[in-house]
Design a protein around this ligand. Structure first.
Ligand SMILES: [Zn+2]
Ligand SMILES: [Zn+2]
Length: 298
């Protein structure tokens, strides 16, 4: 498996000289395994990803699986400019959860409404596009790859994904806050009613089962410990919280820090990474960091 980062910024894209090292595009990753092309999220990073895939040749024929974690803008705002949408030989299957108020296909299609949001109508895209709705816990197969999902503690309905093939597993957890702060996901507050302690325990155990045995987890660690105070309900985590979560496992996966706060300069990110690596070492966890155009092999 090979993971390539095309965007790892959280919330909104940024462009200034202080952010060029880690990059300014929002979430989009390309996972390649045994010839399969799997994209995770359509933040602004997907624009360059699409350019790389089409190589300027719109006649190219390709199968793409696009997994949407959730439909907040920073995870879908690059989709209208994703070149494979405009190639008639591209077969694209989009996976994700329905939102609380809208089906996945409508939540995506409204980004390309032909009017207020974008001049081209989703229905007029040239590629063959299919949708597949997933719910938390549901597993699917892509050839010999197994993909499973788990609802994350984040406003709306947001899925983490685990991709496993030939004994290698890669997990995406974005966006999410620790469950002990707030119950943010659709249905979570209801599920916790009456016995929040039991709900939290079950939720954390489920999350740990989801990442147990994985080789690598890329996770939303948007905030520092100082910044997250009073912002637990914003739905993001810190590197320290990720390391605390992983330290419950005997053989923890490598942690890749991502969804970098748009206010963080490269200098601040270097420092966040240095501190997280130190804390990771103390807890026997390998800590890595996402940067645009960076690659990881699993
Ligand atoms: Zn986000
Ligand atoms: Zn979000």
């Amino acid at each position: 498996m090979r993971l390539k980062i095309y965007g790892c910024r959280g919330s909104y894209p940024v462009s200034r000289k202080e952010v060029v090292f880690y990059g300014g595009n929002t979430t989009s990753y390309l996972l390649e395994s045994k010839g399969k092309k799997i994209i995770i999220d359509g933040g602004t990073g997907i624009v360059n990803l699409g350019i790389d895939l089409t190589k300027g040749n719109p006649k190219l024929s390709q199968e793409i699986s696009l997994f949407i974690t959730h439909t907040h803008w920073d995870h879908v705002m690059g989709l209208p400019f994703f070149q494979p949408f405009y190639g008639k030989n591209f077969n694209i299957k989009i996976y994700g959860a329905d939102t609380e108020t809208m089906e996945l296909n409508n939540a995506i299609a409204r980004q390309l409404d032909g009017h207020q949001n974008f001049p081209i109508l989703f229905q007029n895209l040239e590629a063959n596009i299919e949708f597949s709705m997933l719910s938390s816990g549901q597993g699917i197969e892509l050839g010999t790859m197994v993909v499973s999902s788990y609802q994350l503690n984040h406003p709306g309905r947001d899925l983490g994904y685990r991709f496993s093939e030939d004994g290698v597993s890669f997990v995406v957890l974005t966006d999410l806050a620790p469950i002990e702060d707030n119950y943010l996901g659709v249905g979570m507050a209801d599920a916790a009613t009456g016995n929040p302690g039991e709900f939290e325990k079950d939720y954390i155990n489920g999350l740990l089962r989801f990442i147990r045995g994985a080789d690598m987890v890329i996770m939303d660690t948007n905030f520092t410990e100082e910044e997250i105070r009073g912002k637990g309900h914003w739905g993001h985590s810190t590197p320290d919280q990720a390391i605390r979560l992983f330290s419950n496992l005997d053989n923890p996966p490598a942690l890749v820090l991502a969804h970098h706060d748009p206010n963080h300069t490269d200098g601040q990110m270097h420092e966040i990474f240095r501190k997280a690596r130190k804390l990771g070492k103390e807890n026997n966890i390998e800590v890595l960091i996402a940067k645009e155009r960076g690659e990881f092999r699993l």
